[in-house]
Design a binder for this molecule. Structure first.
Ligand SMILES: *Cc1c(COP(=O)(O)O)cnc(C)c1O
Length: 365
């Protein structure tokens, strides 16, 4: 049941599992980074050795996501949460409105920040439905004169995920991809801005990836603090001030690992197989396990479910913990159970968890 080298079955929602080989490489390079006689954490962010790390991370991301030439890649701080504010600060011009599709707690937080800077409204919401579903594209109501349309591609807490993205035509499409970036192929050219805190699929916490279309930059407000302008970071290769160097190094190594695995196509295939193991148990449990998300909206990254009573859920979670499954409790705001099966969570961990679920039902059904 146990994995080697004291590694646990990590289903944490974020920060979350990192590839073992990346951790081992970081450990091997920790005290003498590639002949510098220093840790990567001790390098000057203006040194050639660090610049190499920085630019390798950028170019790997560009290659893996086939990011077109008319986009900039930024490594920022403040998490996805600061992006909730930076986006309206930069792009919500007076006289324009921003539209938000509400699919969960993170959309709500993003919407709340937009309203502090200008006019924002909801293009659609699945709140009435306890955020079980992603609204149908045909139900989105927004205007071609809007400053942008904001979506959350994967809803970490409720366990839903967009399967197709809206075609917004003239309206810049902005997506919070914190919990599913790099988990499946996406057409970057459909988006004006993509952002993601690294700590789910990309690396450790502390670095936030932003992919931004150059054309959008030209429309940005200029009368805002220097650090909060995207252009400041674009003009300085994300080195205006000291970047989170160790996080960017780890990000680059995780991206290298994705390349070694065969790229996004291969990762996406595995993610489908991993999620299927657990969804199949839910679907074949005759209602013992109750999936939260509507079948068409199911996330391949965060699998949310309940048991028939809170008491049984408590028992499930405590036995799961005893068996070495970490992080399968639901988010503190909604309870229940959640298995986060991000890129670095191995197939074997999902297999073991699905078997545990079957066994638990046998013993308690
Ligand atoms: C985790 C998460 C966030 C918050 O990220 P921070 O980096 O902690 O600010 C925002 N959006 C989504 C979809 C998330 O999963």
């Amino acid at each position: 049941m146990k994995l080697d080298v004291q590694r646990t079955y990590n289903f944490n929602a974020g920060p979350s599992a990192l590839p073992l080989s990346v951790l081992e490489k970081a450990q091997a390079e920790l005290v003498n980074f590639r002949g510098t006689g220093m840790s990567v954490m001790e390098l000057s962010h203006r040194s050639a050795a660090y610049e190499e790390v920085h630019n390798v991370a950028k170019s790997r991301l560009k290659e893996l996501l086939s990011i077109p030439y008319n986009y900039e890649i930024l490594f920022l701080q403040g998490g996805a949460s600061l992006q909730f504010s930076m986006i309206p600060m930069n792009f919500l011009q007076s006289g324009k409105k921003a539209s938000y599709v509400m699919t969960g707690s993170w959309s709500e937080k993003a919407f709340k920040e937009a309203k502090l800077f200008g006019e924002a409204y909801q293009a659609a919401s699945s709140k009435e439905d306890k955020y079980r579903t992603i609204p149908k594209l045909s139900d989105l109501i927004f205007d071609q004169s809007d400053a942008y349309l904001h979506i959350t591609s994967n809803n970490t807490i409720y366990g839903t995920q967009w399967k197709v993205f809206p075609n917004t035509e003239n309206v810049p499409l902005i997506a919070d991809m914190s919990s599913d970036i790099l988990s499946r192929p996406i057409d970057v050219s459909k988006f004006a801005l993509i952002y993601a805190g690294a700590q789910k699929n990309l690396g450790p916490s502390g670095v936030t990836v932003v992919i931004i279309r150059k054309e959008l930059l030209e429309q940005a407000n200029t009368n805002i603090p220097t650090m909060l302008k995207y252009s400041t970071h674009v003009n300085n290769n994300s080195l205006y001030n000291t970047p989170p160097t160790f996080g960017i190094y780890m990000l680059g190594e995780v991206l290298g690992w994705v390349q070694e695995q065969g790229g996004i196509q291969e990762i996406a295939k595995r993610n489908e197989e991993k999620a299927k193991l657990i969804y199949d148990v839910i679907d074949q449990s005759n209602g013992f396990y109750i999936g939260h998300a509507g079948t068409d909206s199911r996330s391949l990254m965060n699998i949310t479910f309940n048991l028939q009573s809170e008491e049984l859920e408590k028992k499930f979670l405590s036995e799961a913990k005893k068996e070495g499954f970490v992080g399968v409790n639901g988010h503190r705001s909604i309870g229940g159970c959640r298995a986060s099966t991000y890129n670095a969570v191995p197939y074997e961990a999902c297999k073991a968890f699905s078997e545990f679920m079957v066994q638990f039902q046998k013993n308690n059904g």
